[in-house]
Design a protein around this ligand. Sequence first.
Ligand SMILES: Nc1ncnc2c1ncn2[C@@H]1O[C@H](COP(=O)(O)OP(=O)(O)O)[C@@H](O)[C@H]1O
Ligand SMILES: [Mg+2]
Length: 383
Amino acid sequence: MDRNEYYVHYGWSKSPFIKSTSLDIPIIGRVDEYRQVCESVGGWDRIIVVTAPIGYGKTTFMNQIMMKKPIGVDYVVSFDAYEPEENVARRIISTLPFWKRLSARNMDRTSVGDFLQKNLGKKRLLILFDEAHEYDDGLFKWLRILNDRADNVFMMFFGLSSLVDRITAESAFRDRKSRTITLKPLTTEQLVEIVKNRIAWVKGKGTAPFTEAGIKRLAESANSVPRLLLENGQTVLEGCAKREIFEITDRVVEELLGTHTYEEKIEPEVEDFESELSPGITVEKAVPSGDFTDELSPTQLEIVKLLMERESMSITELSDVLGKDIRSIGSLIRKLRGLNPEEVKRKPGVPYPLVIRCSKEKRAGRIQYVYGLSDNARRLLAK
Ligand SMILES: Nc1ncnc2c1ncn2[C@@H]1O[C@H](COP(=O)(O)OP(=O)(O)O)[C@@H](O)[C@H]1O
Ligand SMILES: [Mg+2]
């Protein structure tokens, strides 16, 4: 059965596992982290940094804050890394009620701080920056000035853990009172809720076709990472559509994931031996190096180069071409995707994910995941 037919069979408008952070997607609220934000705002910690690896729910947490303003905050505005710098000032001002904006017509970036100081009065403005590890120094410098000039402006930066170093390296921000919040891994129960809410969101009935045990097994397969939950969920659904399975039990989940997730799960002991042994690689902390390739191990670099030439490759193809063990290639791909928190922490200059999973395709006679460079990586490497 075609997968779309399968969705229709259950009355779904689309797959419940689509990867998206649009605002209508049901969110399992992060109670503890949200409380920490409110506390920081109440205590005038005006710079708040939220870190977590890719796929843990940073953008989703940002959405949670947008939808329910923390206590004490009057205005909220959010940005992602792709917002052109020159728009930032304009958009900040446009969140204010219109009567406060009247005098803002001919303003340049440098006077935004003074403008906000004058016009906010007792109101507090919270500015959210997603993927802030991608920002360039110029923007951070400007934000520091804004922070200096306008007392009632609070900023939250969301990003990978390298962000903390970025922000403290910008001497401008170093001595400001700031607060770092690390997103906690979600529990299996929370991941189960995510699945149930998402099925309801696509207009499904109950948990069908999943049994309770099936959902629980799927939740466990995600290793606390919501993005992995969605990927695995999609794999299971597509497998069930193809095989026309209409009851997804824990056994079914295990069978369908067993063959496909080894590269997520297996961490062979040899994996680190290269980076440990390569002489002369000094990891420059906190310096947003233009050349992050210095931080990659030789085989990681070979993988990246190969993917630069070819659109996409499967793990098996990569291991054939490079003559390396399939398991260590799997592990390296996982690292290049930014899914290994230690590695991400250790290599702050690397703009993860360098590699993304593109699709599942039939190659060499069997269905395999294929991987390619992220747009950002391709752009940076082309320079
Ligand atoms: N608290 C949550 N409740 C429901 N879904 C979540 C939650 N956190 C993350 N997700 C889902 O997991 C996926 C990845 O989350 P995302 O916020 O994009 O992670 P990040 O920004 O850290 O890479 C999203 O599609 C999102 O819908
Ligand atoms: Mg995000």
